[in-house]
Design a protein around this ligand. Structure first.
Ligand SMILES: Nc1ncnc2c1ncn2[C@@H]1O[C@H](COP(=O)(O)OP(=O)(O)O)[C@@H](O)[C@H]1O
Ligand SMILES: [Mg+2]
Length: 358
């Protein structure tokens, strides 16, 4: 049997570079060597691409010397593989940019396409689309850095009047809670916006919710399925970067200890949102359950969620009935299916009238 050549791509330019190396370690370990031949491709913090023997181990040691640089201009698939598996989180990995590169070179790949990736990555864009289709999102105000620099007082008044303080401030395009803060006074709000503005030119401020944090794993292309809902039980004030990766005070529970009706509602909202954004392959859809009012808010969609064997996405898919190896097989199948479906699109068009040919 000829083996399918899978290029696992890791590292990347985002702040989640190291997380990606951990995710990629699990993915590579789980690719059945009887079925797949793995091609390891790493992207450095600076954006240089490398391939070669033990590329992942060398990336962990930042030892790039013996690796082979890849010139993107001479086609990444001169490397000879059948499908790309980007295990990259955050900007330049999860935001549609690398997906665009695969599209240009007609390379099949695992996960969401350009449109879904970029829409899900931008919290303002994502919320606008969900909201317009009737999905409940936390009330928010959005603006750009230039506007903030010009009219601070007006923006602060608008936030205080419409959302109130405390509130959450976030850069629109980030992940892993980078740039996210909770502001409890007008003073802190100003600092929090200045801080978020370092990471992105698009900023959003949300009403603070006294929230339980629920997550749902969605898998599939045209007919996606939803896993049982899981919960992240946060240690500190909110689920910040330290809580996610440094001291790990957060606990997770799959399935979440919620009633059947809430479970069903979160699954339905998550599936609806996945379809609205035209996601494919996988996404982890995160929601808030308001402890005070019982309201459920759709918080965000992660198109390339943490993917170690103990990450929430694989854990929730396990509760659904797919173990880690089966999940990886399924994701590769879905990537191939999506590619075939896109290939079926006719891109040339001859309307059969004379003026068109001139
Ligand atoms: N409106 C909000 N109310 C309460 N907590 C929030 C709110 N927005 C974000 N948080 C907290 O901040 C964390 C990170 O925010 P999130 O929008 O999920 O960004 P990221 O993409 O970085 O994960 C959440 O997991 C939650 O703990
Ligand atoms: Mg989040």
């Amino acid at each position: 049997m000829t083996k399918l050549k899978v290029a696992v791509i890791f590292g990347g330019r985002s702040g989640e570079h190291e997380v990606s190396l951990v995710s990629a370690t699990s993915v590579i370990k789980a690719l059945n060597p009887d079925k797949y031949a793995v091609v390891e491709i790493g992207i450095t913090h600076e954006g240089e691409w490398f391939a070669g023997e033990n590329c992942l181990e060398k990336f962990k040691k930042k030892d790039f010397g013996s690796l082979r640089p890849i010139m993107l201009s001479t086609k990444p698939h001169s490397l000879d593989f059948d499908i790309a598996f980007p295990v990259l989180h955050g900007p330049f990995g999860e935001d549609g940019t690398i997906q665009g590169l695969f599209e240009m070179f007609q390379i099949p790949y695992v996960g969401c396409g350009v449109l879904a990736s970029s829409t899900a990555m931008d919290k303002l864009q994502c919320k606008a689309i969900l909201q317009s289709a009737g999905v409940t999102v936390v009330p928010y105000v959005g603006f750009n850095r230039k506007a903030w620099q010009k009219e601070k007082e007006t923006i602060l008044d608008d936030i205080e009047n419409n959302l109130g303080i405390p509130c959450f401030v976030k850069p629109a395009n980030m992940g892993s809670s980078v740039g996210v803060s909770k502001a409890k006074t007008r003073e802190e709000l100003m600092e929090a916006i200045d801080f978020a503005a370092r990471f992105d030119s698009r900023i959003l401020v949300e009403k603070a919710v006294n929230a339980r944090e629920l997550e749902c794993a969605i898998l599939g292309n045209a007919d996606p399925v939803a896993s049982p809902v899981g919960e992240v039980i946060v240690g500190g004030e909110f689920y910040d970067y330290k809580d996610k990766y440094v001291d790990g005070k957060a606990r997770t529970q799959v399935p979440a200890n919620i009633d059947g009706e809430t479970m069903k509602k979160v699954q339905e909202m998550s599936l609806k949102s996945y379809k609205l954004l035209d996601c494919s392959g996988l996404s982890r859809v995160d929601s808030f359950l308001d402890r005070d009012t019982g309201e459920i808010y759709l918080n965000e969609i992660n198109t390339l969620p943490g993917f170690t064997s103990i990450s929430m996405y694989p854990k929730m898919m396990k509760a659904y009935g797919l173990n880690y190896e089966q999940l990886i097989d399924e994701l590769i199948e879905l990537g191939i299916e999506r590619f075939a479906d896109r290939k079926a699109n006719q891109i040339v068009f001859d309307p059969g009238v004379e003026w068109y040919k001139k």
